[in-house]
Design a protein around this ligand. Structure first.
Ligand SMILES: [Zn+2]
Length: 241
């Protein structure tokens, strides 16, 4: 397990200088992958218009490679909804989230850690992956408060979510995160894993909440129940982080 612990320490986004920076920052994927997704689906002129609407023309001209102010991420999400409507914006954000996960898998989560996670029972793989996600929550949550809850169902929560900040909607809108979580879980925990945002601050909820479920890999049913009720007995796993 130490190998995973060591490996996942490399998950950090580039450009971190001080985790306690006064102004909250978020990894550049929340900007660059949105640009990619919109251009792929809607075309170049649409992404130019989108970034102009968000007053982020400079970030489109020169895509960021280091942490960006979370206000830019919020502005881009608001512009996305304004330009495309809530449903299509959610789809585009989902695609961007999947691309963000692909980036993390290609550049931030070492291959040896991925190989180890893929061989572990789903429950243990999920637990270790979530520990890494929680440890690096500052890279995607900004000033938001991210937590993992293991019971009665596996739920991720984000209070003060920068993705839906300032938005009011009739359905959850933080599909950027849901798409990222689901893709990571499908690659590293279970090929049929699903992530659904079932409560969202954009609907007036106290916090955004994401449920993760999976059903197929080896011990999943029994262990899925165990992780939900006991939070997995990490202390019983030799060398677990
Ligand atoms: Zn939300």
């Amino acid at each position: 397990m130490q190998a995973i612990a060591d490996a996942t320490t490399h998950l950090a986004a580039p450009g971190r200088t001080d985790a306690r920076a006064d102004s909250a920052m978020i990894g550049p994927n929340a900007i660059t992958r949105i640009a990619e997704a919109v251009e792929a689906v809607e075309g170049r002129s649409a992404v130019v218009d989108l970034f102009h609407l968000a007053a982020l023309d400079a970030m489109l001209a020169e895509p960021p490679t280091t942490m960006v102010p979370e206000g830019a991420v919020t502005a881009l999400q608001q512009a996305l909804t304004a330009k495309f409507g809530a449903v299509r914006a959610s789809t585009l954000s989902w695609i961007a989230g999947q691309r963000t996960a692909d980036y993390l898998l290609a550049h931030r989560i070492p291959r040896r850690a991925q190989a180890l996670l893929a061989r572990l029972p789903a429950t243990l793989a999920a637990h270790l992956l979530l520990k890494a996600v929680q440890r690096h929550a500052w890279t995607f949550a900004g000033s938001g408060q991210f937590e993992v809850h293991y019971g009665p169902q596996l739920t991720l929560t984000l209070q003060g979510c920068p993705i839906c900040r300032g938005q009011r909607a009739s359905a959850p809108v933080c599909s950027y995160y849901a798409g990222t979580f689901e893709r990571l879980f499908r690659q590293l925990v279970d090929a049929n894993a699903r992530c659904t945002e079932f409560a969202c601050e954009a609907l007036g909820a106290e916090k955004c909440q994401f449920r993760l479920v999976w059903h197929t890999r080896n011990d999943s049913r029994r262990a899925g129940k165990e992780i939900a009720t006991n939070g997995l007995k990490a202390a019983s796993i030799p060398g677990s982080p």
